[in-house]
Design a protein around this ligand. Structure first.
Ligand SMILES: [Zn+2]
Length: 466
């Protein structure tokens, strides 16, 4: 049995540490809702909601307790288990119960973190140097905490939305998105999704706000496996065919191919919005491309930059290859993976048809590899919704450029867009480029973003669900 006194002392020390006013931290939240967001964030980081550890239900239970304590009816807060994880919904009833609800979306799960690689314990929620450090601080527990605190604060203030607002916290965004798929089906009558897991504010190195991105589309992800088999034989007696040489020719053709440049309402808005801040030569290329995607020189200038190449067109690149079995044998089989990022509105079947044409070899089989991702659709930029977002962003950064954007990776929004429900990424975190450690080591959220972030969520919800 362990001695009682040291344990008590340790508990007391811990209690005192937590009782120390966090507002005293430089840049820490000073509003009640902001302090609650910080408390929620720290609690959330300390529950290691990594796939396979079965901790999502524990985090959901803690959040449920807070929501119910704040006045959400117990019957309106529900956790739906899906395997070892699950999703949480908290329904905030509006005046018109029949109107299509607004879904506010964040995810509870995080990617793995190896403590030995981090400078601080990734699951200890350490507040230091103006940041909260820990796995998920940014992706996505920071915004989860800010939006949950915002909804709690609105509830306490007695606000009644015009229509139902549903807080949806998924439990496997980083892996299977099975909770997202199930929740999207359950909420398929929703009118709009506000996703806390993409978009957000960008700060210049000196900390002044630079731009705000609203994520309204994602490229479609697709892997294709190319397979070629051959009778093979002794390498001293080469025949007419060689599987490695044939596959190399096919992969070279794919690597050299340029899909046609494309422009959508979303990317047009992106190029025009970004041109306003870009250096003159680049800005000219952006404006020219936005006016005419057939402008080859403009498409070339934008494609030459890694940050923009993905927004110009569909891209396909060979990413893996495996072939041959001995140094002195003709190869009997070669397989390769081609990874495509497809412009929204183009189907995977259309891209596969192009690959078949490029390969120009009926002996090479091309098979789509289904990893559960869906074909992506762009969400329309509805003027009244964009105006509401502007109102909320301008409270913290008057006159800030608001730029709609498309991302190369998939978020939970994919499952809603596939059902025809518009989804916009509107994170309330404002970050410097050097603060973006999502999925990486020493992930952190600036304390200074919490108070204005909670306020941004409150104002946006009031404006959109009025
Ligand atoms: Zn995320």
């Amino acid at each position: 049995m362990r001695p009682l006194l040291p344990r008590l002392t340790a508990t007391l020390a811990l209690a005192l540490a937590f009782a120390a006013p966090l507002a005293a931290q430089e840049g820490g939240p000073t509003t009640e809702a902001g302090r609650e967001a910080l408390t929620i964030l720290r609690e959330a980081i300390e529950v290691p909601t990594v796939a396979g550890r079965g901790q999502v239900p524990a985090l959901a239970a803690a959040l449920t307790a807070r929501l119910v304590a704040a006045g959400f009816a117990p019957a309106d807060v529900a956790f739906v288990p899906v395997g070892e994880t699950g999703y949480l919904t908290a329904r905030y009833p509006g005046r018109d119960r029949a109107a299509a609800p607004i879904v506010v979306l964040a995810h509870m799960d995080v990617v793995e973190a190896r403590p030995e690689d981090w400078e601080r314990d990734p699951f200890a929620a350490i507040v230091e140097d103006g940041y909260v450090f820990g796995r998920g601080a940014l992706d996505n527990k920071g915004d989860l905490a800010m939006v949950t605190a915002a909804m709690i604060d609105l509830k306490r203030e007695g606000w009644v939305p015009g229509r139902d607002v549903v807080l949806l916290l998924t439990g496997d965004e980083e892996t299977q998105m099975a909770t997202t798929a199930a929740a999207a089906q359950a909420l398929r009558g929703a009118g709009l999704v506000l996703n806390a897991d993409s978009g957000g504010g960008e700060l210049a190195p000196d900390g002044t706000p630079f731009a705000y991105t609203v994520q309204a589309g994602e490229k479609t992800y697709a892997d294709f496996r190319l397979t070629l088999t051959d009778p093979g034989g002794h390498s001293s007696r080469p025949g007419a065919t060689n599987a490695i040489a044939a596959m190399s020719a096919a992969l070279t053709a794919i690597a050299q191919h340029r899909f046609p440049p494309q422009l959508s309402p979303l990317t047009k808005a992106f190029w025009e919005g970004t041109a306003a801040q870009a250096e003159p030569e680049l800005a000219a290329a952006m404006r020219a491309f936005a006016a005419d995607p057939g402008d080859a020189a403009a498409a070339e200038a934008l494609s030459a930059r890694r940050e923009y190449v993905g927004l110009v067109r569909t891209t396909c690149v060979p990413t893996m290859v495996k072939g041959g079995h001995a140094p002195n044998a003709l190869p009997q089989s070669v397989t390769a993976n081609v990874n495509c990022r497809i412009f929204p509105g183009t189907s995977r079947a259309e891209v596969q048809a192009v690959l078949t044409e490029l390969v120009a070899n009926p002996a090479i089989a091309i098979a789509f590899q289904d990893n559960g991702t869906l074909e992506s659709l762009e969400s329309p930029l509805q003027p009244e919704i964009m105006a509401a977002i502007r109102t909320a962003v301008e409270e913290r950064a008057p006159g800030l450029a608001i730029v709609p954007g498309m991302s190369a990776g998939a978020t939970d929004s994919m499952h809603f867009r596939a059902l025809g429900i518009p989804a916009l990424g509107v994170s309330a975190a404002f970050l410097k480029p050097e603060d973006d450690f999502a999925h990486g080591l020493n992930e952190r959220l600036p304390l200074a973003t919490i108070d204005p972030g909670v306020r941004q969520w409150k104002t946006m919800l009031r404006a959109i669900a009025q």
